[in-house]
Design a protein around this ligand. Structure first.
Ligand code: DON
Length: 560
């Protein structure tokens, strides 16, 4: 009888578990790179095909994006990498920009204490000390298998042959042309307008990359490149000196790791807020059966929004550079605390953000981006988000060196309570100090299921990165969409303040919005064509890989 009952229960369970979704993205048997440009995905894949590992491919893909996708790919910015080796070892690298030595708390305020418009976003004054070259060499020193020259060869080939401008790229260059011109004047490469189909060539970048291939990391931080760069930034009214460059170090960090049902999620730790904030969101929704509510239904949007609202309130208050501020992670991520945060949530009506503050925790006082995902033929995975911050960063472009410089200083809180370019309101924990790293939302993430690699995922999008990554994981895990469908699915966003839900223009009905409004939710009326641009890889049940290359951009999965 007991056996019969067990058999019946098993039968029932098997009936309830939906079959895995049919892949709709590119599927490859062995290895894959998904990035914002086909050229970069091809460079990464070619390195893997030569026998290089995911870390070698990371170095090549990162540099190829600086060539093919100067909108966000960079030498003049920084990023974060989360990795999982095929033996299950995990880790994270922080190559985030730092504030220069001359930086101080009030550097973007006028004599009356008001934020000076544009000073932290446009031109040399917005530039933080770049971390990308230190990051890729750190990765290569620790895990690389191919010589750096062999990895950089295809990148140098790409820069020599030039990159074809896509129509989306031509539109972006056109959109930011006035600002690029106002920062750089007329004698700059990007003063020449590009049309779709034109070939972009960067002679300066070709020379810089060749010098780096020969002289290594120090070329950028102590060599000829460092001298040219510091002189240029100072002359243009910025703060980054040769000393700042010489002192820059990338840092290995412990990733944030947590379970959501039978997933184990590994994501970026501070100075990015990504891992902590998705950890809070997932734990606040875990006790609900969100799959029952239906994908992008009013109930699932309510639940997700209320969790995100509370998590972003904590993010903005508690998080900053862990080398400078004490972050009470043990409390912020504890079950008891997160349960208490959701106690006043009800499906009947919205909790207004004015009623939600950061949690009360006793602290002992001591005081436009791009993502790529790689899985190699050995089963190693890397998840990398890298950025200049805004589109083309500070818009400051050095023709001699061939790259744009970041405006990452705007990710600091220039003045408590004052929103930055993503509308994020910061607090003391993210105030400016010399050599401090500015708080990020970048969320490069790797997910395990049943102890095995399951998904590699991440996105650009400033403050919306965290919700885009969380929704993509939920789309596959809870709503049984394929990797490509999960990435393409319409997204929404809430970040506590401003207190409104932002919906992508396509994919959400008026009836749904009316229902949410009737429950007290505010809905942003500003048209928002896209939220995030996710590039992800899913390991299918037979071990092959499905790419999710976001249809919102020129993103492409390449594999073999
Ligand atoms: O680190 C951050 O959170 C931001 N600097 C990311 C900027 C970004 O994603 C812009 N892309 N759309």
């Amino acid at each position: 009888m007991r056996i019969l009952i067990l058999l019946f229960a098993f039968f029932l369970f098997a009936q309830c578990t939906p079959p895995p979704p049919i892949p709709t993205g590119v599927v490859s048997k062995n290895a894959m790179v998904v990035s914002a440009r086909e050229e970069a995905s091809k460079v990464g894949t070619a390195i893997l095909q030569k026998g290089g590992n995911a870390f070698d491919a990371m170095v090549g893909t990162e540099l190829a994006l600086a060539v093919a996708y100067p909108f966000a790919g960079n030498l003049g910015g920084g990023g974060f990498m989360v990795y999982r080796k095929n033996d299950g070892n995990i880790g994270a690298l922080d190559y985030r920009e730092k504030a220069p030595l001359a930086a101080h708390k009030d550097m973007y305020l006028d004599s009356l204490g008001n934020v000076i418009p544009g000073k932290s976003t446009l031109g040399a004054s917005a530039v933080g000390v770049p971390g990308t070259i230190a990051g890729i060499f750190e990765v290569h020193d620790k895990f690389g298998t191919l010589p750096i020259k062999e990895i950089m060869d295809p990148v140098i080939k790409l820069v020599d042959q030039g990159v074809q401008v896509t129509s989306k790229q031509a539109d972006r260059l056109d959109k930011y042309w006035d600002q690029i011109k106002s920062v750089n004047g007329e004698s700059t490469l990007f003063y020449n307008k590009c049309d779709a189909g034109d070939t972009l060539r960067y002679p300066g970048l070709a020379s810089t990359l060749r010098r780096i291939a020969i002289n290594g990391r120090d070329e950028f931080y102590k060599g000829k490149t460092a001298k040219i760069l510091a002189k240029f930034i100072l002359e243009k009214g910025g703060y980054v000196t040769e000393e700042d460059l010489a002192r820059y170090e990338a840092k290995w960090r412990q990733p944030v790791v947590f379970n959501y049902k039978d997933l184990r999620i590994i994501s970026m730790s501070p100075p990015s807020s990504g891992g902590v904030t998705i950890n809070q969101i997932f734990k606040m929704i875990e006790s609900y059966d969100i799959s029952e509510f239906g994908h992008n239904s009013a109930k699932s949007i309510q639940l997700f929004t209320e969790a995100a609202r509370r998590a972003y309130a904590d993010r903005n208050f508690f998080l900053g550079d862990p080398d400078f501020v004490v972050i009470p992670l043990d409390v912020l991520l504890s079950k008891k605390y997160l349960q208490a945060r959701m106690e006043n949530f009800s499906f009947d009506s919205a909790t207004l953000s004015s009623e939600v503050q950061h949690g009360r925790i006793e602290i002992m006082e001591s005081n436009e981006t791009t993502h790529y995902s790689i899985v190699d033929q050995m089963g190693n995975a890397v998840s990398v988000t890298t950025t200049l911050n805004g589109a083309y960063g500070s818009k400051l472009y050095n023709d001699e060196l061939g790259f744009f410089l970041n405006n990452e200083m705007d990710d600091f809180s220039a003045k408590p309570g004052e929103p930055n370019m993503f509308g994020l309101i910061g607090a003391e924990a993210n105030s400016i100090a010399a050599e401090k790293r500015m708080l990020s939302s970048m969320t490069p993430t790797i997910v395990e299921k049943d102890g095995k690699l399951w998904m590699v995922v991440g996105s650009p999008g400033g403050s919306t990165i965290i919700t885009a990554v969380a929704q993509t994981i939920l789309n596959t895990y809870e709503f049984n969409l394929s990797m490509q469908e999960s990435v393409n699915a319409p997204r929404f966003h809430h970040q506590w303040l401003p207190d409104h839900i932002v919906f992508e223009t396509e994919g959400f009905s008026d009836a749904l919005k009316i229902e949410l409004k009737s429950k007290g939710y505010h809905i942003s009326e500003k048209p928002t064509p896209i939220l995030g641009k996710v590039d992800a890889i899913l390991v299918l049940p037979d071990g092959s890989l499905e790419g999710g290359a976001d249809k919102r951009g020129d993103d492409t999965a390449v594999g073999f």
